[in-house]
Design a protein around this ligand. Sequence first.
Ligand code: NAD
Length: 495
Amino acid sequence: MKDAIEMLHDVLARQRAACLASPWPELKQRVRDLKALRQALSRYQDRLVTAMNDDFGRRSSFECRTLDVMFPALQIDHALANLQRWMKPQRRRTDLLFRTNTAKVVYQPKGVVGVIAAWNFPIVEAVGPMIMALAAGNRVMIKMSEFSPRSTAVLCEMLGELFPQEQVAVFGGGVEVAQAFAALPFDHIVFTGSPAVGREIMRAASANLTPVTLELGGKSPAIVAQSADVTAAARSIAHGKAFNAGQACVAPDYALVPRARIDEFVNAARDAFQHMYPAPVNDPEYTSIASDRHATRVNELLADAIAKGATVTPCGTGDGWRVVPMQIVTGVTADMRIMQEELFNPILPVVACDSLDESIQAITARPRPLALYYYGTDVGEIKRLEREVHAGGMTINDWAWHVFQSDLPFGGTGNSGTGSWRGPEGFRALSHGKAVLSMKRWFPIGLFRPPYGTRLQRLVSWLFLGKPDPALCIPCPHAALADGAATPDINRESA
Ligand code: NAD
């Protein structure tokens, strides 16, 4: 342990020295690095997929390949297409008073970025922020989750082939190492994980005044409106719950469905799940619950709901342990744990909701979610959700697809996170936008220098401020003090 923590400090010191030696990686070098990374993702795809499968016990190879490997590759393509523009200093207007000078914002690399990843999409949560950090010219240290040791090993090997540790370094280890990692004086931390640990990260970062991007979780609602095609909505929500077995930060957590259509919704969702996974136990493309600890929690959540009067509709046969088909829960009440905690598994609570107002009330009564889904065609309702309900992002008539658009920021709000490492917003978050004003020789700087009270200074003040109100022309207290008078007591009522 001591060695692991010493190693963190050593690598940070070396990365810092490298930043000082080469503070501004040129466009060419950034492009070269990103292209090399893209090629490596392609070469290593099978090994990465196998490692993630081994970490989970069983994980869909299609989902591993598309989300964890192809998605970062597409993110690189987007960065390559935009990097020159993002890096270019941005000209800004000077204020009228300073019109003859020039102003710009220079996007300077912040320095060393610390990335802390969760286990559910171990590669994308490590490599995604790293891509943007490298694009912005930073060095990167990555702390992987203790639940993904095999993915960590392959990622270490792959990145070790491409980058010296002074540029990119990957670390495994348990929570103690993660705590020591979060306490390092990075120039920025990108954390992906739970709101509870997010608070710990923010606390640790505050000691160093390190800025943070927190990609957290929460209960993302799916509204099935009166205008919805219930079968299509149920199919989409079932996919959201089955993808990675619901172990996704943007999985629909619970569904809000008109009371009269709940049976239709439950039947359609069960049929949709069974159509996708007729035999989940033997289906290598149906992902298992990632660990015994998480499987125990699934059973506890269901037992709690049943004990409090809920009805559970299993959508297939599992293995009684870590292979858990979607479990639809009806008769849900607010005191059940499934309505109090982020689920992060294939349990789908269905809550009766007969109007948009009722849905909005149910959503805004909870902490702000990471994602919000609306199924329906009512343009007025969509507009209200866009404007009135806080959520990290929204997809209309499906789930999660807003997350896969490289040009959109992705991040939470309030309890579901802060900031984003994706898209143009991500580049800016991992750069320092330095304001640079260039003063020209012919600018009449004397306007602002003593001796004060010249005619020109009074004219400028009059032009920009206008005349003072004579009724408010009280004697200046400082002038009185200078004359040796007593300090005026501003709290005492005038006689
Ligand atoms: P977690 O918060 O338990 O752990 C996340 C990471 O933090 C791990 O690498 C872990 O080792 C580390 N960690 C744990 N305790 C720490 C501490 N005290 N100090 C520093 N680091 C610590 O989360 P998890 O179980 O790995 O992932 C599930 C959560 O992550 C869910 O809430 C989910 O919604 C969220 N998540 C969010 C996103 C997103 O992009 N917004 C993506 C995936 C997962």
